[in-house]
Design a protein. Structure first.
Length: 284
């Protein structure tokens, strides 16, 4: 019998709808899923399947229409905006496709930025461990335009891990990288799980990227249709092809992606020295 790690975050009957009435799109349809601590999980699916909606909802960037999200024993659906902001600042890390590094600052300053904005001191030993593990020791004084794409993403990974978050969400982290840099970044993500004990949840379209994970979930029509342990690129590519073919046969119904393109999306805002993610529907 395999011993499972405690859950870092889980959903219970999670529902997310966009629109109302006949035009409503059901992005998440009663999703029940648990993500273990110290594991690397990939979430895949065709465009409009609900995978990005799941990540945004898990991270508190978007509100659920129904159900619950349990994170470190707390229910995200019961939190207000200030509580969610503090949760993201101290317990959640983000890695973006476009790196989102500040061009006027060095790699070291970018890595430490979450602590700088929060007015907190860095753990020097943890910082040194991160830069050594990610191979950044000789690049700390360089600005983003002096770094390759792979090096910039490694800086972004270190920035996401510097606060010792409970969970790191990675949104298409290799989407802007070539195959060599992609393999490098994915190896570092896997290494951060194995050696640093991090919990990573990654959204990706890439079956090869998913093969680096301990587990891969496939989404379609707002539901989990496959859940693979130790996924291979061949297996995940086959599952994605099956879902794309099924979606094609089902016809051209309005997708979540199309609907969300007409709706305001969560953005990053900085005020009073703090970085937060703002849901336009809730902004004052």
């Amino acid at each position: 019998m395999t011993n499972k790690n405690p859950a870092a975050i889980e959903t219970i009957d999670l529902i997310k709808d966009y629109g109302r009435g006949e035009n409503a799109v059901h992005a998440l349809r009663g999703v029940n899923v648990s993500f273990e601590q110290g594991r690397f999980t990939a979430i895949m699916g065709p465009s409009g399947s609900g995978k990005s909606t799941l990540m945004h909802t898990l991270a508190g960037l978007d509100s659920a229409s129904g159900g619950r999200i349990i994170f470190d024993g707390a229910d995200l659906s019961a939190m207000n905006d200030n509580q969610l902001t503090l949760l993201r600042r101290h317990h959640i890390g983000f890695i973006f496709q476009s790196f989102n590094l500040l061009p006027m600052f060095s790699a070291e300053q970018n890595i430490l930025m979450p602590l700088t904005l929060a007015g907190e001191k860095s753990d020097h030993a943890w910082f040194q461990l991160l830069v050594r593990t990610l191979g950044l020791e000789s690049r700390l004084s360089h600005r983003p335009n002096e770094l390759s794409g792979g090096q910039q993403q490694r800086v972004a990974i270190a920035r996401a891990l510097i606060t010792k978050p409970s969970v790191v969400f990675a949104d298409e982290p290799t989407g802007n990288l070539d195959s060599v840099s992609s393999a490098e970044v994915l190896s570092f993500l896997k290494q951060s799980v194995k050696e640093l004990g991090q919990t990573i949840i990654m959204v990706t379209h890439d079956a090869v990227a998913a093969s680096y994970a301990d587990r891969a979930i496939v989404f379609a029509d707002g539901r989990i249709v496959a859940d693979e342990v130790n996924p291979t690129a061949e297996r995940m590519s086959g599952l994605l092809m099956e879902e794309r073919e099924r979606a094609t046969r089902a016809g051209a119904a309005p997708s979540i992606t199309q609907l969300m393109a007409d709706s305001p999306q969560p953005t990053i805002a900085a005020a009073d020295g703090n970085v937060s993610f703002v849901n336009p529907g809730q902004a004052q």
